[in-house]
Design a binder for this molecule. Structure first.
Ligand code: SAH
Length: 289
């Protein structure tokens, strides 16, 4: 335990309530980010990370590359500082993949939790999202994506599948490390919640599906990566079959005692299994609700 840890969790309110250190005496002169500007800035942030992460398009002699729009922002938002602290903490917890940390830094987690919980959005915990489900802890979101990316392809991921969209947070993070993200949720109101959380962020490469994720999406398979955000007693066979050869699946497995497992498809009929660490997830359930 380092002394630095004592500063966390840092609730949004603790930052919001501090007077700005600009030397301006008038509290009324502080700019307050409205929900609309916060969402616009978040969308720009995501677009910027995507633009910097995207592989260079093939050169076309007749068409010069479109310039990336600069991020116009008058003042940093309070949530940026709190989110940066969250990312620093996740890095201290052992996540090293810079691309994953950048993605975590770009996604406004506070927009994925109920307004009453927004001040807790950046603490290191899962939080309720209704229907007895939770938004996953930031560390585990980052860890699973880091493990999925550590493939023989240098981290390049064309198609990935997430089982358990919940509020859509992890799908948003995934959208910054993969070309196409498919995510399945079995609880209809949560599927709708994820849609409305993601819509204002204008993320073009996420496809949300309502259905039983245990069946996967055979019509879209194979996937380079699959992440399960809910724990089953075993990983459904259908999902193993939908991994590409060289693809990596990361899943919590178990009931009361759960472990994070990495399954790699090494051949048409061959998979390897590695147990990584203990974890705690909501249960994977069959069918839809
Ligand atoms: N990915 C979310 C975590 C959501 S919690 C995040 O970003 O924080 C896990 C979700 O898995 C719950 O919403 C639950 O309803 C869903 N789930 C459980 N079993 C499922 C199944 N068979 N198919 C699809 N979703 C499932």
């Amino acid at each position: 335990m380092t002394t630095g840890d004592k500063r966390f969790p840092l609730p949004l309110s603790s930052v919001v309530e501090k007077p700005a250190k600009t030397g301006r005496a008038e509290p009324s002169s502080q700019k307050v980010a409205t929900p609309q500007t916060a969402t616009q800035n978040a969308a720009q942030n995501i677009a910027r990370v995507r633009a910097s992460a995207a592989p260079a398009p093939p050169a076309r002699a007749s068409q010069p590359a479109a310039p990336v729009a600069p991020v116009v922002r008058s003042e940093p938002l309070v949530s940026d500082a709190v989110r940066a602290a969250m990312v620093a903490r996740v890095a201290r917890q052992g996540v090293k993949d810079a691309k994953v940390l950048a993605a975590l830094d770009a996604v406004p987690r506070h927009l994925f939790v109920q307004p009453a919980l927004a001040s807790q959005a950046y603490i290191d915990a899962s939080l309720p999202i209704g229907h007895h489900q939770t938004i996953s802890q930031p560390y585990i979101v980052a860890r699973m994506i880091e493990v999925m990316r550590a493939n023989a392809n240098g981290g390049v991921l064309d198609k990935v599948l997430e089982i358990g969209t919940g509020c859509g947070y992890q799908a948003a993070v995934l959208s910054l490390v993969a070309k196409e993200v498919y995510s399945i949720e079995r609880i209809k109101p949560l599927h709708e919640l994820a849609k409305s959380n993601l819509r204002p962020l204008r993320i073009a490469n996420i496809r949300l599906h309502y259905g039983d994720g245990m069946l996967g999406l055979p019509q879209v398979a194979p996937f380079d990566g699959i992440i399960l955000a809910a724990a089953g007693l075993e990983v459904p066979q259908a999902l193993l079959e939908q991994l590409s050869i060289g693809g990596r699946l990361v899943a919590p497995v178990g009931a009361r005692h759960q472990v994070l497992q990495l399954i790699e498809r090494v051949g048409k009929f061959e998979w390897t299994n590695t147990t990584l660490e203990d974890c705690h997830f909501v249960p994977l359930r069959p069918g839809v609700a």
